[in-house]
Design a protein. Sequence first.
Length: 348
Amino acid sequence: MFDQIVGHKQNKEFLARFLNREERPHALLFYGPEGIGKCLLAKEFARAFLCLGSPEGEKPCNQCESCRLLNFETGNFAHPDYLYFDPMTDEEQEKKKTKIISVSQIRNLIKQSAFGPTLSKQKICIVNEADTMNTEAANSLLKLLEEPPDKWFFILVASSVSRLLPTILSRVIQVRFTPLSVQETKKALLTKDIPEAEADLLAHLSDGSLGQALRFREERIMDYRNAALKFVAEFPMQAPMTYLLNEDYFSDVIPSSGGNEQLQRFVTMTVLLLRDLLFVKSGLSNQIFNIDALPQLQAIAKKWNERRIHQASEAAQEAAAAAVRRANTKSVLDNVTFKINACCEGRL
C-alpha cells in the first residue's frame, strides 16, 4: 500500500493498519521537514480512506466511483467527501505576501462540517501547512477538534509542531516524518526522467527533501555547479585580474546587473566542490557529492595539498556569508578569486 510514495516505510505500515481499525481517533497530525512527502502521503491516504472497494482488497482500489472522483494523477478532485485547504495570502498580510491558513478558511470548514458524507462512509479533510494558522484560526479549529462532527476525519500537515497550539496537539495522533535518504531521494528524482548525474547531486544537496531537490533543479543548480567547477579548475591563476575582467565568464549564471541569489548559489557550489576536493585528496572519493565530476576533481587535486584546500574552503565560506549579507556581487567575486588563488599558491 502507498507504494508510489518514496520512503516512510514505518509510517505507511502504520497507516495501512490504521485503515483496518474498527475504532479510530478523529484526527492525525503529519509533521516533519518541508518537502519530504507528508502531504503526498496524506492525499494518498485520503484516497484509501474514501475507497469503496472490497474491505479485503487493496486500497485504494483505483476502480470504484470514489477512486475515480479522487485521482491526483488525472487531476480529478471532484469527490464530494474530500476537502483540502492550503495556505492563502491573507488580506492583512498582502504587502508581505505571507500565506497562512486563515480564520475564514476554518470558518468555511466549520460550515461544511454540518453535512455528512454523500458517497463514502466518512468525509475527510486535509489542512496542509496547518502550522501557518494564526491564533484566531487555530482556536476555531480547536473547537472543531474538541467536538468533532460525526463521520468526519481530519489530517493536519505541518513542518513545525512548536507553532501549533498545545491544545490542538492533545487532540490528534502525531505521526512523525523524517527526511528521505539520499538513495530514496535519488530514486524519486529518476522517476521524473532527471539524468542520473544531476539526480545524484540534487539528492545530496537537498537534505532528504524531494521538494527542495526539485526547487534546486528549477533554479538550474547544475549550471551553477558546472560554472563553479570550471572556476575551481582555473587555480592557480597566473593573472587573476585578467580572468576577472572577462565579463563573459560569470554572465551565464550571474547577471551583470547584480544577481545576489545567483551569487549565493554559485559560491555555495564552490564551497561544496572544495569540500569534495578535500575528500578526494584524502582518499575518500566515495564521500563526495559531485560523483560525476570525480575525474575533474582528481585532476584538480594534484595541484593542491590538504592545508591549501582547507584555506580555500574557508575563503569560499566567507564569500558565501558575504553573499547572504547581500554584499556587492563584483566585490565578492573579486575577493574570493584573489583569496583562493593566494591559498593555492601558498601565500596565505
